[in-house]
Design a protein around this ligand. Sequence first.
Ligand code: NOJ
Length: 501
Amino acid sequence: MFPSFIFVGLAISIASGGQTLNTCNLAPKGSPYFPRNFSFGVATSAYQVEGGWNSDGKGPSIWDDFTHNNPHLIDDSSNGDISADSYHRFDQDLAALKELKVDHYRFSISWPRIFPNGDISSRNQKGIDYYNDVIDKLLLNGIEPMATMFHYDLPSEIQKIGGFANALIIEKFVIYATELFEQFGDRVKLWMTFNEPLIYCKSSFADARYPPQVDLSGVADYICVDNTIKAHAAAYQVYRSQFYDRQKGKIGIALDSYFYFPMPNETESVYRALQFNMGFLAHPIFHKSGDYPDIMLKEIESNSLREGRLTSRLPPLKGYWKNIVRHSADFFALNYYSSRYLRRAEKPKGMNPSWERDMDCDEIVDPSWMQAVGSWLHCVPEGLEGMLKFIRDEYDNIEVIITENGWSDKGTLEDDNRIQYIKSHLQAVLNAINDGSNISGYTYWSLIDNFEWKSGYSVKFGLYAVDLMSPKRERSPKKSAYYYKEVIKSRKIPNHINEFS
Ligand code: NOJ
């Protein structure tokens, strides 16, 4: 999922020059217990698990169109038409959630299920009923609902007018978000506006991997991020002014980034890369400046002028927008998966122009790191600890909820590597808490195996397997489900992974 430039054969120079990272293991620091009110959960997203792609009046999304029209672009030529069929089988998900005894469940709401053509004029009561049922059943079982409003499945009709490349998306999203607050805000107290904007903006508008497959790097991806941030802030404004007093919920935006470790003498490059990645969206929202990181603004402006443009490809946020973007989130929703070593680029990166060219850094993988199925995912728990420290120091120790963290394999039920990944990353969280970070929750991605975007069903992240050959889509717990259950029960990290089978 993440773009990556992998240099093999560098383990020796990394180990001798930079910090040596243990493979998928972290030593404990301080108390072995999570705080009493710490919340453990699991996550999914609508397109990835729901199926029911045209059930009960749902409209098409760009992922429906993309997978239907381009099966050859999905690794196993599959799509999310049925997937785990959670739209018809949420009770099976609920049974798993109850078995794990999670504190919260992060799911996403499908915009085209609520507004089939993206617009309020097409409001679909059956779609609303579905999420009412999900939310009510969660609450009845003492599970806190945590809802993401947008997880890539944009209504097709909004794409026809340009989607995130058109500033009209701001108004469209605010109307959709307002509907969600009105329908569900009496019971949903934890909201996320967008999931991983940098991923979908780059993949949709720079390298054309995701729908709508626009390849206008360094331009359209920046417009997409800009519109996303403004839509987020505008929705936050609406919530604070019209709903907060009676609903008292919190709003975040799920941001992702690798963490970076310096190659020898490359500490400044690490700061630069963190600002181009995490900072791109986090800085405007969580930093008092209310704008993109200085280093990005300067670099992109000077590159733009050098290219002969009259203005920067990433203009600063101004006036009204700057004011409403600044501090437009109540908590930091962090999706963390992996890390890279880093140095300033030895030769020009990526297309000209592009985010890669503007960032101008080489990302390096240590071949000794434990690798998942999928080239981008390596187990580097030190990176989670580093990222949590970065967030604490950069953004005034804001409350953090880890909204995604997960490991992929081919689907074995004896998933010891997943357990190792969870164990070491929970240790990173605990170490950060013991070090003063304000972290209130951890969410494993994912509750069940699901449609992993371009990888289809060839890559599995679930604690539960889903039988895709059976019409009933039965869920079966993996060894990691038992392990995570034990974490939740004991509120600490079990030492021995082998006792859970
Ligand atoms: C990030 C995304 O939010 C989710 O949709 C995806 O499945 C996981 N990471 C794993 O790649």
